[in-house]
Design a binder for this molecule. Structure first.
Ligand code: NAD
Length: 392
């Protein structure tokens, strides 16, 4: 593969284009007008300049990468000789489906068509084409030039050959691929993280802790890089809400989205970008006091993460190693949910889930049958020699 076209030169697309150019591809960036494309090229030029300044790459390599990137507003012309197309247009299924149809008509028959979607169905995009075996998810994390993880998502018809090609390509880009074996909504990272975020919102809605107490416990005891509410505000509450709805549509009550989040979105308080969300950003970054860390048990969030991880293993979406790796690289958590719960004891986490399920009767607390099976087998974690992992 030598020529790549990136569709949508926004936040993600321009970074993906930069990465591909650094790896030696001739890249064409496509967007709806010249203005967006100029902005994208300026951002790429700035970013390459920073890498050169910090000596991460040589000056001449930065210049050569920039020279390998062209722009075009004509989608059909831009993909006519592409070996690979990466789609990074807004997260709207109908838009993506219409784009995949056009791509199939305009790109060479051998070209792989990838989508950077964070949550939508690769299978449905593939079904718009005459080559569903060559349609695949390449889910980069933001910003793509810095984040190491790429979830490689198989649609129902994606071939082994396409998957192998994209796994090798991701490695060539200097990134770590994790293959998502089934096309489930949220893939690995957004599914586990989404469940944890929902639980953080729910704890506050139930009046069990304040958002500051949850964030302090998450940051200072669990070692997450950001508090849950701080992260939501930084991602944008509108984005959180949209993805939450996609998850709720897919999983029903297990992924019920938060009324508190909906209220803020309806009020136009979308987080850092509007100056107010859960926190008031007009007074600066939230100051989360270390003193509050003891007021909330962060293992409650790990119980939820573990339950979701068990569901992913049970559905054969991914194994424990891949889930742990994806969560660490995709979110900056210091440990993955499977390895951490093997240490904490799966029996204890299961008891916590059962207690919550009994108390609230909510589907999100219902333990995954796999977790029950592990505990019934005596596979309670590291001290028992077997949990998600086999020890010794
Ligand atoms: N933002 C993130 O953190 C993040 C992370 C991972 C994946 N994603 C996914 O990446 C995709 C893009 O997200 P983003 O944050 O870069 O959005 P963005 O809004 O920054 O960029 C999207 C770009 O697509 C362009 N566009 C719209 N219609 C187009 C068309 N018909 N042809 C060509 N270009 C078109 C827009 O003008 C815009 O520049 C989404 O699917 C999103 O879910 C986003």
């Amino acid at each position: 593969m030598e020529r790549a076209t990136v569709l949508g030169a926004g936040l993600m697309g321009h970074g993906i284009g930069e990465l591909l150019a650094l790896a030696g591809f001739e890249v064409t960036l496509v967007d709806i007008n010249e203005e967006v494309l100029k902005k994208a090229m300026d951002s790429i030029s700035w970013s390459l300049g920073k890498f050169a300044e910090k000596k991460t790459i040589r000056d001449e390599d930065a210049k050569a990468a920039l020279a390998r990137i062209k722009t075009n507003v004509d989608l059909e012309a831009a993909v006519a000789d592409a070996d690979l197309v990466v789609e990074a247009v807004p997260e709207k299924l109908e838009l993506k489906k219409s784009i995949f149809k056009r791509l199939d008509g305009a790109a060479p028959a051998h070209a792989i068509l990838a989508s950077n979607t964070s949550s939508l169905s690769i299978t449905e995009m593939g079904a718009q084409t005459g080559r569903p075996d060559k349609v695949i998810g390449m889910h980069f994390f933001s910003p793509p030039v810095l984040m190491v993880l790429v979830e490689v998502v198989r649609g129902e018809e994606t071939s082994d050959e396409t998957t192998d090609t994209i796994v090798k390509l991701v490695e060539k880009l200097g990134k770590t691929p994790v293959v998502v074996r089934k096309d489930v909504r949220g893939f690995i990272v957004n599914r586990v993280l989404g469940a944890v975020m929902n639980e953080a919102f729910s704890v506050v809605e139930k009046g069990e802790a304040t958002m500051e107490e949850v964030d302090a416990a998450v940051k200072y005891k669990a070692g997450f890089p950001l508090g849950a509410f701080e992260l939501a505000d930084m991602v944008g509450l509108d984005v959180m809400y949209e993805v939450g709805k996609i998850m709720e549509n897919a999983y029903g009550n297990v992924a019920k989205s938060s009324p508190m989040l909906e209220k803020l979105v309806k009020e136009g308080n979308l987080g850092q970008k509007t100056g107010k969300g859960f926190y008031d950003w007009k007074v600066g970054r939230p100051r989360i006091s270390f003193r509050l860390a003891g007021k909330f048990d962060e293992n409650r969030l790990y119980a939820i993460a573990t339950n979701e991880a068990a569901r992913l293993v049970h559905e054969d979406v991914a194994g424990p190693e891949d889930i742990d790796l994806a969560m660490k690289l995709g979110t900056g958590w210091p440990t993955g949910p499977c390895e951490r719960s093997d240490k904490l004891g799966l029996d204890k986490l299961l008891a916590k889930l059962k207690e919550l399920h009994e108390k609230y009767g909510e589907a999100m607390y219902e333990p995954c049958p796999l977790l029950e099976e592990y505990v019934a087998n005596g596979w309670t974690g590291k001290p028992a020699g077997r949990g998600f992992y086999q020890y010794g």
